[in-house]
Structure formats: structure tokens, C-alpha cells
Design a protein. Structure first.
Length: 348
């Protein structure tokens, strides 16, 4: 393995990191014994990577060469949007979170968990469409390219406008070569309705229906945030079941962050906490969703995301009911972690 592989640099701006172009590694990931499938695709391991680190096609191909067969192109929009200013990734000190925390403290260094504040930036469609087309052609054999999309509206827009924009964006992504669409229904870092759809089942249903009409037979994944209310989870699953093929959880656990000087970071706004500290909460959520899916005989696949950094964590998500497991934070900190997880899973 490389001693210092390319990785996202939190001290640099999003635009600086976007300008980097890591090259795929000449490595042969180990196949994990067992039968692994994702959205109808046969895989050699139950391992993928969430959208966070995959800023453009070169980042997708880079991580695809590092043991992640399913790669999720970072969330795109129907119009450009700038990233929030630094810091975008702020280390925090915490144990395992429950989701009821009101604030966390900044940590002096990265201990596995950070607050994320990007605001779902995006290039213009002309840029990301061309990049997705080129990326699909250059993906290694067996790798699957998923594209994350989100609707873009102003605060005065109607729900119908949001649904139409989601669908338009997804349609463009499919035309460019997306093999599946992940619709981001959860972002704690934006104030408009596109960031909270998962908490409003009937709204989510309308948007999901429009998305499915737009993309046809292409698989649809719904990315949701942290849920602990079993009734709300059941209602959400019920209304999404005619349209979605999989649910991806958990986006993050949101809370405020207090700096060393006593002031609240990010202007006092809550930010999504990602990494090691959300694993227990995310595992509980996978269990909660699995119970509701089985009770209703629904056919969702469950993607477990949150705090994964070892083969033990992957096994825990599979035992909880996930059919596929994805990393983000750990892979940003240590890009080659997927290769190590594959080795450890295979050894077992």
C-alpha cells in the first residue's frame, strides 16, 4: 500500500480539493467469500463508498481502485452552488451519540468524528454531465457508478417545484451514465425543504414518485437522516415502497458545535456529525428500519452508513439488517481502508 496516498485535505477549500485529480491505483482488491449483491449487481464484497469524498470522476475512479465497487458521485444539482466557507470539516470530541445531544465540543485533532459543513455544493450541469459520461466509460470492470442528486429551489418555491427539479436533475444524471440514482432527502446543513424531506413522508412520496417517473427502470436509492420514531419510519417506508429500491442511512446526526473560545461554530447553526461517533445510532436505525420492512413484507435494500472503519463494523451492519455497507469519513482519512477491510473480511 502507498505510504501517503492522495486524500481530501480538510484544511484546504472545497474548490482546492475539487481541483485535485488522483489517479487509480494498480491494486487487486481481495474478493470476500459469500454472495453479495447490490441493486441487482453481483459484487465481490458488500462494500461501497458514500458521496462525501467523491467530488468528481477522478475521485470516483480512484476509490473504485481501492476496494469500493459501488461509488457514489457527490451530490449534483440543476444549477451551480458554491460550497460553504471553511471550516467544512471540523473535528469534534464525543463518544457514541444518541441523537439527542444539543452540542459537542471542538477537538484539537481528528479523533474519528467531525462536523460536516459543505452545504451540498455543485458544479453547473454542463460540467458534471460531461464528467459523469467520461467517468462511466473509464470505470474499472464490475464497479457501479451511483449519482447523488438533490432538488434546488428557493424558500418560496412550492413542493411541486422541488419535485420537478429533483426529477430533472436525476434525468440528466441517467442520460450521462448513472447506473443508479441516490436522491438526497436529508442534509442538516441547509434550511430549505430539500434537506428535510425524510421527516415529511407525504412530501417525500411526491418527490419519489416524480423521480421514478423520470428515471424509469434505473434503481432509486433514498438517502435519509437520523430517525428514532418508529411510527414515522414506518410511514416513510410505506409511502416510498412503490418507487424506491433501497434506503441509505444514516446521513449524519445533527447538533451544534462549541469552539474552544466558548463561541458556537457555524454561526450557531446545527451541523451534521459524521464518523465514528454516529455508528451506534446508525446501527439502531438500521435495525429499526429492518423490523418495519420485514413486518410489512417490503422489498427495500438497506444501505448501512455511519462510523464504519473496520471489518467488525461491516459485520455489525450486516447483522443489523443492512444488505450493503458504505464508508465516507474513514475513507477520507485513510483512503486505503477498504483494502484492509476486504482482507480482514476474507480472512474471517
Amino acid at each position: 500500500m502507498q505510504s501517503n496516498p492522495p486524500r481530501y485535505q480538510p484544511s484546504q477549500t472545497y474548490d482546492w480539493n475539487y481541483a485535485q485529480h488522483p489517479s487509480p491505483c494498480e491494486l487487486a482488491p481481495i474478493a470476500v467469500p459469500g454472495e453479495w449483491r447490490f441493486l441487482g449487481r453481483e459484487l465481490t464484497a458488500p462494500l461501497g463508498i458514500a458521496a462525501g469524498p467523491l467530488l468528481h470522476g477522478d475521485w470516483c475512479r480512484y476509490y473504485a481502485s481501492l476496494g469500493f465497487e459501488v461509488v457514489t458521485y457527490k451530490t449534483v444539482r440543476s444549477r451551480s452552488r458554491a460550497c460553504y466557507p471553511l471550516p467544512n470539516l471540523l473535528p469534534v470530541a464525543c463518544d457514541q451519540l444518541s441523537g439527542g445531544e444539543t452540542e459537542l465540543s471542538v477537538a484539537a485533532s481528528m479523533r474519528g468524528t467531525w462536523a460536516v459543513a459543505f452545504g451540498m455544493p455543485s458544479q453547473e450541469p454542463e460540467i458534471w454531465r460531461a464528467d459523469i459520461e467520461a467517468t462511466r466509460r473509464a470505470m474499472p470492470p464490475g464497479a457501479m457508478l451511483v449519482v447523488s442528486v438533490v432538488g434546488t429551489v428557493d424558500e418560496k418555491a412550492r413542493l411541486d417545484d422541488l419535485a420537478r427539479d429533483y426529477a430533472s436533475c436525476a434525468e440528466l444524471a441517467v442520460a450521462a451514465g448513472a447506473e443508479a440514482i441516490e436522491a438526497n432527502f436529508s442534509c442538516p446543513n441547509v434550511s430549505t425543504c430539500d434537506g428535510q424531506l425524510y421527516q415529511h413522508p407525504l412530501d417525500a412520496q411526491l418527490v419519489a414518485a416524480r423521480l421514478k417517473d423520470a428515471i424509469g427502470k434505473i434503481p432509486l436509492v433514498i438517502k435519509i437522516g437520523h430517525l428514532t420514531d418508529g411510527d414515522l419510519a414506518a410511514e416513510l417506508l410505506d409511502v416510498l415502497s412503490p418507487y424506491a429500491d433501497a434506503v441509505s442511512t444514516t446521513n449524519s446526526v445533527a447538533t451544534c458545535v462549541r469552539e474552544e473560545n466558548g463561541e458556537l461554530a457555524f454561526g450557531g447553526q446545527r451541523r451534521g456529525i459524521c464518523g465514528d461517533g454516529i455508528r451506534a445510532a446508525s446501527l439502531r436505525q438500521v435495525e429499526l428500519l429492518r423490523e418495519r420492512i420485514e413486518r410489512r413484507s417490503l422489498k427495500f435494500e438497506l444501505i448501512g452508513v455511519g462510523g464504519v472503519s473496520s471489518a467488525h463494523h461491516v459485520r455489525a451492519y450486516l447483522s443489523a439488517g443492512a444488505t450493503h455497507v458504505q464508508l465516507a469519513t474513514a475513507a477520507m482519512v485513510e483512503p486505503q481502508i477498504g483494502l484492509q477491510i476486504r482482507r480482514d473480511l476474507a480472512a474471517r
